[in-house]
Every structure is written in structure tokens, then in C-alpha cells.
Design a protein around this ligand. Structure first.
Ligand SMILES: [Mn+2]
Length: 453
């Protein structure tokens, strides 16, 4: 890795002063990668033009090949498209700072490929982490950007081991991030505590998770007020005594039904310079905010937040409200049309077409899968149109955190590798051309009807 970075720095120092094209990915890791790169280029007095894309493909690369830029920097993407980059961008100087597995091993000499991962060795590092290590080696002044890579790594659900650990140490060293031990659940800074409890799947709290009534009752039992002077109490508002009551209460609820009832704490990463109770205080909430900006197709707002622009922070706050409204609208559409969907013994196919944004379909399907509407192990397949005439497909399993069913295998059986798919055992998806809509539904019905759970 150190050699790769050294080479890239040498090549970077040889660049002329013409504007540089920067291309990054739409999610939290991509936006933080771009923000790190932008600040590096600014400090190096380079001009640049940034674009954020959902993914690279032949069309994007063809367009880039026609542009006038001599230098292109890819962050948090590129490694999976080296074959096409070799083909279309041979006349340009290319930098790739990424962590995805490279598609081919043959890399042309015009490409500086900085990526520690290969098919036989995977490190804990994100795209923003790779970009940061380049930045730091270029100039120690850039060490103050480490916290952005911490946010990006959290967005990609990574652990702070190997290379990531170094980056976290830098973020702490530069006084940007403070690590505290706290309850694992999400939303401590910004959400009402009863909502945090209701939506807590890790830790799972029997009788509370998934039930608003259960969450309110639980707080009542513990003697913790739901409101404090008309404002809903948040987890961060609790005093020491209340916090003790809460953690004991959660552990007691988990006794018997959980293997490790006291496994409810984790490290919490707080941004020291951010305001308390804001969306940017807890690195996990910051990362979610960036993903929301991406999903609502407002990546520039996310970049503005990463660059600490107060105007964009306000816009992002409004976007979070919009995001919530869109999620609720999507869920309402589902409830209103639930009976018209394609159903089998063990599956449900929801074809939302243009009724739900493609970037929200995954989140909405996850919420439905956890809402106790369908029998355990019911497989949910959701479909939504994209603006470029494709269909985004999301697959989830109801209450399936302990399930033996591997959704990826089932999706592979359905797509027969005709369409690109990806994801995990419990959550996966694919992208299919709109003209294959009916074919995909027929194939899904056919495959799922043959399965018995
Ligand atoms: Mn990434």
C-alpha cells in the first residue's frame, strides 16, 4: 500500500496546472472521499470539476473520454471498471483511490491504482480511507481530514481494525473525534428516546423493539419521562441515574431470550467541533445524513456539509425532514396497495414502479421486513423504476437476522447471472432493464414457488 501511495504522489506532483476531473460515488463513503480530495486539491492550488455518480458504466466512461480534461481522479469507485477504463481512457492520466475488488489484474501504465484490496487479501479500509492515506502522505497538513474517512468507513459498515485503526487514531490525534462508550442504538443525538427504543434492532429489546406502545410503557416502568418541558427526551439528555436505569432495564428485558444480554454497548464516535444534538455530532448519524442526501439526489448538499458550510447544514436539516416524509409516503403506498401484490406462501413481490424512488426502495423494504406484517422467513422482493429505464430490485427476509436462508443464492437462481446482482445474505438486490420487468416477475414466482421454508 505504501508503495502504491508513493507512486501516486510522484505522478500527482508531475501534473500540470490544468483543471482535474474528479468522479466519486453517491453514498456516504463516496461523498466523504470526494470531500477529502476536494480539500487536498484546494490546498495544492489545483482547479477541479467534481461529479458524483450512482455507478460507473460504459456510458459514463465514454462521456469522460470525450471531455477535455487530461487528468481524472476516481474516488470510492473505479477499481471494478478497470477493463473499461483501460479501453476508454487510455489517453488520460488516471488516479483511482478505491477499496472495491479490481475486475481485472491488467492495469495500463497511465493509471495510478491505489487500492490495498485484491481478491485474495481484504483490509478494513474504505474509499475515503484510501483517499485520506494518499492525502496524509502528500502533506501532513491533511491529517486534519482523517475524521471524514472515519465517517465514510462507518457508512460502509466497517470495523476500526488494520488500516482503519490508524485513520481513527489520526482523527483522535487531530482533536476532531472523541470516542466514548455508549449504548449501541442509533439516533442518540437527534431522535426521541422512545423512537430510538422502538426502532432498536441491535440491541433487540423483547417487548419494546417494533412497538411504540411497548417503548412508551418501558420508559414509564423505568420512571423516565418521555418529555422534558414539551420536548421529547433524547438518549443524550438522560442524566447518569436515568442512564443507569435504562441500561439495567434493557439488560433485564434481554435476559433469557438473548445469548449475551449485556451486549448492548459499543464505541460511539463524536465529532468534537459539532453542535450537541445535531445530525453531525455522532459520526454514525453524520454518515446517515450523507446517505440521505445521496438518496434524495442532492449529493452537493452532502459535500457542503462535509466542507462545514453552515448554509448547507441548514439545507441538510430540511432534507432529513423531506427524507422522512418520502419514507412515510412510500410506506403508505405499500399499506394501501398491500392486497394487490403478488403473493405466495412464503413470498411477496411488490412492484412499486414509479410510486417509490429507486434509491428508497431498499430502506422501505427493510422497514417492512421488520414490521411483523408477514410470517417469519417470508421473502420480500421490491421493484422500483429508475430514471434511466432500469428497475432497481431489493430483496429482504422478514425478521431474518437468524435465518439460514441465503437471499443471494435465490437471487442468483432468479437472474441466472443475466443481470448484475450484489449484496449480503439478508439483503441484496439487482438492476434489470425495464423491458425485462415481466420476465423477472415470472422467473421470481417460478423460483420462489419451488422453495419451502
Ligand atoms: Mn465505499
Amino acid at each position: 500500500m505504501q508503495d502504491l501511495i508513493k507512486n501516486a504522489i510522484e505522478e500527482f506532483k508531475n501534473l500540470d496546472n490544468k483543471p482535474i476531473r474528479v468522479i466519486s460515488h453517491l453514498d456516504s463513503d463516496g461523498l466523504t472521499s470526494a470531500s477529502i480530495m476536494l480539500q487536498v486539491l484546494k490546498r495544492e492550488k489545483k482547479k477541479f470539476v467534481l461529479s458524483i455518480v450512482k455507478q460507473l458504466n460504459e456510458n459514463v466512461l465514454k462521456e469522460l473520454s470525450l471531455e477535455n480534461y487530461n487528468t481524472i481522479i476516481f474516488t470510492d469507485l473505479g477499481s471494478g471498471y478497470i477493463k473499461l477504463i483501460n479501453q476508454y481512457l487510455k489517453n488520460k492520466k488516471i488516479f483511482i483511490f478505491d477499496h472495491h475488488i479490481p475486475d481485472v489484474s491488467e492495469i495500463h501504465s497511465n493509471i495510478s491504482h491505489v487500492n490495498p484490496n485484491s481478491s485474495d487479501r481484504i483490509f478494513q479500509i474504505s474509499g475515503s480511507g484510501v483517499t485520506y492515506l494518499f492525502a496524509k502522505n502528500l502533506s501532513l497538513e491533511n491529517k486534519d481530514l482523517a475524521y471524514l474517512a472515519v465517517i465514510g468507513s462507518i457508512g460502509d459498515s466497517q470495523k476500526f481494525q488494520d488500516l482503519n485503526k490508524q485513520i481513527l487514531d489520526d482523527a483522535v490525534d487531530t482533536n476532531k473525534i472523541e470516542i466514548r462508550r455508549g449504548l449501541k442504538m442509533f439516533g442518540a443525538q437527534t431522535k426521541p428516546l422512545y423512537k430510538v427504543l422502538q426502532f432498536s434492532t441491535d440491541p433487540f429489546i423483547p417487548g419494546v423493539t417494533g412497538s411504540e406502545e411497548g417503548a412508551l410503557l418501558f420508559m414509564n416502568e423505568l420512571g423516565i419521562e418521555v418529555k422534558d418541558n414539551d420536548r421529547f427526551k433524547k438518549l443524550v439528555n438522560l442524566n447518569e441515574e436515568e442512564l443507569k436505569k435504562l441500561t439495567t432495564g434493557i439488560i433485564l428485558k434481554r435476559l433469557g431470550s438473548e445469548k449475551n444480554p449485556a451486549d448492548i454497548f459499543s464505541d460511539v464516535y463524536l465529532l468534537k467541533e459539532e453542535e450537541d444534538e445535531s445530525f453531525t455530532k455522532d459520526a454514525r448519524e453524520f454518515s446517515t445524513l450523507l446517505n440521505c442526501c445521496g438518496r434524495l439526489d442532492k449529493p452537493s448538499v452532502g459535500i457542503g456539509v462535509c466542507l462545514n458550510n453552515p448554509k448547507f447544514k441548514n439545507i441538510a436539516n430540511e432534507l432529513m425532514k423531506e427524507y422522512k416524509i418520502e419514507l412515510i409516503n412510500g410506506l403508505n403506498w405499500f399499506y394501501n396497495n398491500k392486497d394487490k401484490m403478488i403473493k405466495g406462501n412464503n413470498y411477496l413481490i411488490m412492484n412499486a414502479q414509479e410510486n417509490i424512488r429507486d434509491t428508497l426502495i431498499g430502506t422501505i423494504t427493510s422497514i417492512i421486513s421488520k414490521a411483523n406484517i408477514y410470517r417469519e422467513n417470508t421473502i420480500l422482493i421490491s421493484m422500483a423504476y429508475t430514471i434511466d429505464n432500469n428497475i432497481k430490485v431489493s430483496m429482504r427476509i422478514c425478521n431474518g437476522d437468524n435465518s439460514e436462508i441465503d437471499l443471494r443464492e435465490i437471487l442468483k437462481e432468479i437472474t441466472e447471472d443475466k443481470w448484475e446482482s450484489g449484496g449480503h445474505k439478508y439483503a441484496c438486490g439487482c438492476l434489470i432493464p425495464i423491458e425485462n420487468e415481466q420476465e423477472f416477475i415470472n422467473k421470481s414466482v417460478d423460483v420462489l414457488n419451488r422453495k419451502v421454508y
